[in-house]
Design a protein around this ligand. Structure first.
Ligand code: SF4
Length: 767
């Protein structure tokens, strides 16, 4: 029995007939295929004997393979001697501006439905009608008549083209599967906890559930999670693996782990999706008119075929392929992801409704998710699901557009109209509402529709229009159980934020649609809080807390009762500087001193330089470029002969995701409990999460703070041979709640005097 391949009518048509540009508004079909709204309105007007969403399916045999083609025709009539098919395409364009053959893929789709219906019902004639409809009711129709032979010839042409491609993908999958089933763990031995972690990942994928795993730094989470997921892939429990990470270092770790597995015989195709701005082939990215976007769909098929033979499609390989075929690398990586075994990308491709990969995350799929640094995900999800509309931004933009388009241009008039809805009263205070401001939403909706039609060539205007469209979109999903409207005055204007304060509902739904997920991090305490926030608290879900695999005595944790509250900072800066200096003086090495804000960091850094001007100390700057960041990190050399102190900000680029193994980092002084500063948003969160146990303060301040602290402290011990110190400076570290949330492998010693601190440090390093 030949293997049956299943394909939707739409996918078959798109593969066979795709043509055109990538850019919305050109001859691209990509925009048109998104349009489904308005279908029901037209379907309701169907004559009797017509069927809306008519199901169609047929197995077609060719060259020893069977292709099952299936789908639902928008509307169909099946008579004794004729089949009629209507394909409805909702569009934002003026339907009268669309020519009959602008979108060959739409004809192909309708022809496939007609061909299948003729074959299934033994009918010899068909009429196909394409209807382009705008939401306001304007429409344009095109019709074509066919005989069954012609339709069959067209159908077989599409099928053969598709089979040529899909059998190449299948051949690869068969080769990969054999190695997936036989390959072993890619290291000689498991580190403590790695086997448990790999098993938990495998179990989650097998049961289609979630595993929340707290595993200390250095345990080898990347290799363990990938191994567990690859084994599930080999067993057929999942169909692809998404390794989701927010950082370049996480992406590299996943690529390196897969390289190691390939070196041991695993055949696996992985693709890395890099953000558009980072992988763009143009110096100044502007997709409108970009040569790599024009004719993208004409050249894409050949590039995809070439990619089937490649195992590692990282950023460099994608770029080379994109250059060879003249394609946009970003879009190419998304297209390749549809057939890859492992997709390494940011969280947003799975969870952000704007950019998530529809094939895997738009509907149910059996993708397995590995979420690295999952502690970041609740905040990221809040961002992904929220939307803002800023009057100040619009005011500035309108001024610029008026200067080159003139005050009476249609775009400026639309902007002026929207701006009226964003005016704020002189004495208006920030406020949070649980109902939508209907007037603003309506103004935004009108603007989004009309401005979208104008299709501005100005990138800033296009971006603003997209943002307003997103604002309107979020207003439709607004739910007072997880959203609030923030009305924030900014000068004369309002910033209106539709803020998703609780992303758990969305996360639960998103995770429920995939084939299983493992969410891991070194800092997920308390686990029940994160499980709820991440939507991983279902009955079938499990959580696992792993011990550090490294000797406890290699880490010295000292707690110092320094008052670092805002009002005491000037007074205690000298004491803080002395503690940091004592840490650096105890043994030549590289150290970090971590602060909750730039202002506090700068205050103590200046004092430190004044006291010890000849000692090595560097300080993080706001908005550092990539080369400056690299230069900062490179100062942390191995085997230093004199001490260096890097002053950094908790939660910033150097406090998380930076790997300084062995003697590249000997200690971290953490000033404060890392709690975020008071803000309107944080206070609102505290109120919204509040319960009898003061859960609001924990959710808004304590847990985010602790997460930053533990991430920074986690930089110190990275391997079995690392030794190092962590100094916790804040009187609040003695509170019972914080003590309970400390990692279980930390032995914390209290010191009250500088002399005691020096003695403890000396003892540790001598020991
Ligand atoms: S290459 Fe750059 S400018 Fe061109 S389509 Fe891709 S992202 Fe846009």
């Amino acid at each position: 029995m030949p293997q049956i391949h299943v394909v939707s009518v739409r996918a078959l048509a798109e593969y066979a007939m795709e043509k055109g540009d990538l850019i919305p508004g050109g001859a691209s079909y990509a925009r048109m295929r998104e349009g489904i709204r308005g279908h029901q309105a037209l379907q309701e007007l169907l004559p009797v004997n017509w069927q809306a969403e008519a199901p169609v399916s047929r197995d077609i045999e060719t060259d020893g393979h069977i292709l099952r083609v299936q789908g639902r025709a928008d509307a169909a009539y099946i008579g004794p001697d004729i089949v009629c098919v209507r394909e409805i395409k909702t569009t934002g364009r003026n339907p009268h501006a669309i020519l009959k053959y602008d979108y060959p893929v739409h004809w192909a789709q309708a022809e496939i439905y007609a061909a299948l219906l003729c074959l299934n019902h033994g009918v010899e004639r068909a009429e196909v009608r394409l209807i382009y409809a705008r939401l306001d009711g304007v429409k344009r129709e095109y019709a074509e008549a066919y005989d069954a032979d012609t339709l069959n010839r067209l159908l077989m042409g599409y099928v053969r083209l598709y089979m040529g491609w899909i059998t190449a993908v299948d051949d690869w999958k068969a080769k990969s599967l054999a190695t997936l089933q036989s390959f072993g763990f890619p290291y000689d031995d498991y580190r403590d906890g790695q086997k448990e972690m790999a098993r938990a990942v495998f179990r989650a994928m097998k049961r289609g559930a979630n595993a929340l795993i707290e595993a200390p730094t250095g345990i080898g989470k990347t290799a363990a999670s990938l191994y567990g997921a690859l084994k599930a892939l080999g067993k057929g429990y999942i169909t692809a693996i998404f390794y989701l990470t927010a950082r370049t270092t996480g992406r590299r770790a996943a690529e390196d782990a897969l390289d190691r597995m390939r070196a041991q015989g695993l055949a696996i195709r992985s693709v890395t999706i890099t953000a558009k701005e980072k992988c763009c082939l143009l110096e100044a990215p502007d997709c409108m008119g970009c040569p790599h976007a024009m004719g993208y769909y004409d050249r894409r098929r050949d590039a995809l075929k070439a990619a089937v033979g490649m195992q590692k499609l990282d950023a460099d390989a994608i770029r080379a392929l994109a250059e060879d075929y003249g394609l946009c690398p970003f879009e190419l990586s998304l297209d390749i992801s549809e057939t890859a075994d492992v997709i390494i990308c940011d969280y947003n491709y799975a969870f952000d409704p704007r950019v998530r990969i529809k094939r895997y995350f738009g509907a149910r799929s059996r993708a397995g998710l590995l979420v690295d640094e999952a502690h970041n995900l609740p905040d990221r999800a809040r961002e992904m699901l929220s939307a803002s509309l800023s009057g100040r931004r619009l005011y500035e933009l309108r001024k610029r557009v008026a200067s080159f388009e003139g005050k009476e241009s249609p775009m400026v008039r639309l902007m002026t109209e929207l701006l009226r809805a964003l005016k704020c009263e002189n004495d208006q205070e920030p406020e949070a509402l649980s109902d939508l401001p209907e007037g603003v939403v309506e103004a935004a909706r009108r603007f989004a529709e009309a401005a979208g039609e104008l299709q501005s060539a100005e990138p800033d205007v296009r971006e603003f229009v997209f943002d307003v469209q997103w604002f309107v979109n979020v207003s439709k999903r607004f739910d007072p159980e997880c959203y609030r409207v923030m009305m924030l005055p900014q000068d004369r204007w309002l910033l209106i934020r539709l803020w998703c304060y609780d992303p758990s509902k969305h996360m639960r739904r998103a995770l429920g649609r995939v084939g299983g997920a493992a969410l891991f991090s070194a800092t997920l305490a308390p686990m029940d809080f994160y499980a709820a926030q991440l939507g991983a608290d279902g009955e079938a879900d499990e959580s696992l807390r792993l011990e550090s695999p490294f000797p406890r005595e290699n880490l010295k944790v000292l707690r110092l009762p320094v008052s670092v509250s805002l009002r005491d900072r000037e007074r205690t800066q000298h004491a803080v500087a002395q503690v940091i200096h004592a840490m650096a003086e105890a043994k030549p090495g590289n150290y970090i001193a971590c602060f909750p804000s730039y202002a506090y960091m700068t205050l103590v850094f200046r004092h430190y330089r004044m006291l010890w001007p000849y000692e090595d100390a560097i300080c993080q700057e706001a908005h550092m470029t990539e080369p400056r960041r690299m230069a900062f990190i490179e100062r942390f050399v191995p085997a230093p002969t004199r001490s260096l102190v890097g002053f950094i900000v908790l939660g910033g680029v150097f406090a998380e995701g930076v790997d300084l193994p062995e003697d590249r980092l000997s200690g971290a002084a953490i000033v404060s409990t890392g709690m975020p500063q008071l803000s309107f948003e944080r206070e609102l969160m505290r109120e919204l999460f509040d319960d009898a146990d003061d859960g609001g303060t924990d959710a808004a301040y304590t847990y985010p703070g602790l997460r930053r602290v533990l991430q920074a402290a986690g930089r110190v011990i990275r391997t079995e041979t690392d030794r190092g110190v962590v100094l916790l400076m804040d009187v609040r570290y003695r509170q019972e709640k914080l003590r309970e949330l400390m990692p279980p492998h930390w032995d914390v010693t209290d010191v009250n005097k500088l002399s005691d601190l020096k003695r403890e440090l000396e003892g540790f390093w001598e020991g």
